[in-house]
Design a protein around this ligand. Structure first.
Ligand code: ADP
Length: 242
């Protein structure tokens, strides 16, 4: 579904991603972790071209991704994304947030879009809040709406960029539960997260990044119990101490 080869990204002179190789198959659940500033967010933002890479290749569904409008439109239809900061439209209700992408991007009728939106809001267990505005909801509720909105585009891949890191502890579980359900249903997912319980439970592969590079990728059992790289080991030790 995704093939990244020798991808490099600079912010001016800062080399943020160094020679990244990554292949994601249909139905795979990948967790990316690593210290702050290691390039995790940049990598998933490059995958859906919110950031542009300067060298290397990115293929999604066998198609080379470039910055032509046609390529970007195809990409946005296949790849959904949820951000740390939810990014809901504040002036639209929860329901409208989930209807608008369907009517504007998928060309669906208003009625069909409402029906889909309501069923997705039910799926993320928030249908009773459909007529509220985002600022009337808790952070965990807003993130669940953001997930429903992303799903309303019927993506084949979901990218999550630290979806729970802005949330209070009691709200983290409700978002992770929704993500776990999605994974169980077979959604292909790449999740940047430090929720290692989620990684153990859900991931097929855990990737550790440091200083713009992929240092290690392994099945969670090996990754957590017997990491290959001393840098991974150090990172996991620090996580446990916190
Ligand atoms: P992570 O998600 O692992 O915390 P990021 O991908 O956000 O890391 O950032 C990687 C590096 O790139 C950091 O040093 C960060 O300061 C830098 N960076 C990220 N976004 C930008 C930007 N828009 N302009 C300049 N530098 C950036």
């Amino acid at each position: 579904m995704i093939k990244v080869q020798a991808l490099n990204k600079w912010y001016d002179s800062y080399h943020a991603l160094r020679d990244i190789h990554l292949t994601v198959k249909k139905g795979e659940r990948i967790v990316i972790c690593g210290p702050s500033g290691s390039g995790k967010s940049t990598l998933i933002r490059c995958i859906n071209q919110l950031e542009k890479h300067q060298s290397g290749s990115l293929m999604v569904f066998g198609e080379q991704v470039d910055d032509t409008p046609k390529s970007l439109l195809a990409l946005r239809k296949q790849v959904g994304m949820c951000f740390q900061s939810f990014n809901l439209f504040p002036h639209l209700t929860v329901l409208e947030n989930c209807v608008l992408p369907q009517t504007t991007n998928l060309g669906m009728s208003e009625d069909a879009a409402i029906e889909t939106a309501l069923s997705l809001l039910e799926k993320v267990k928030i249908q009773e809040q459909a007529n509220k505005y985002p600022n009337q909801l808790s952070g965990g509720q807003q993130q669940r709406v953001a997930i429903a909105r992303a799903l309303s585009m019927k993506p084949k891949i979901m990218l999550f960029d630290e979806p729970t890191s802005a949330l209070d502890p009691e709200m983290i579980a409700e978002v992770l539960d929704v993500m776990t359900d999605l994974a169980r249903e077979g959604m292909t997912m790449i999740c940047v997260t430090h929720e290692m319980g989620f990684a153990r439970k859900v991931a097929d592969r855990v990737i550790f990044m440091d200083q713009g590079q992929i240092i290690e990728e392994n099945h969670p059992e090996v990754f957590f119990s017997n990491p290959e790289s001393p840098r991974t080991r150090k990172f996991l030790d620090q996580l446990i101490q916190h």
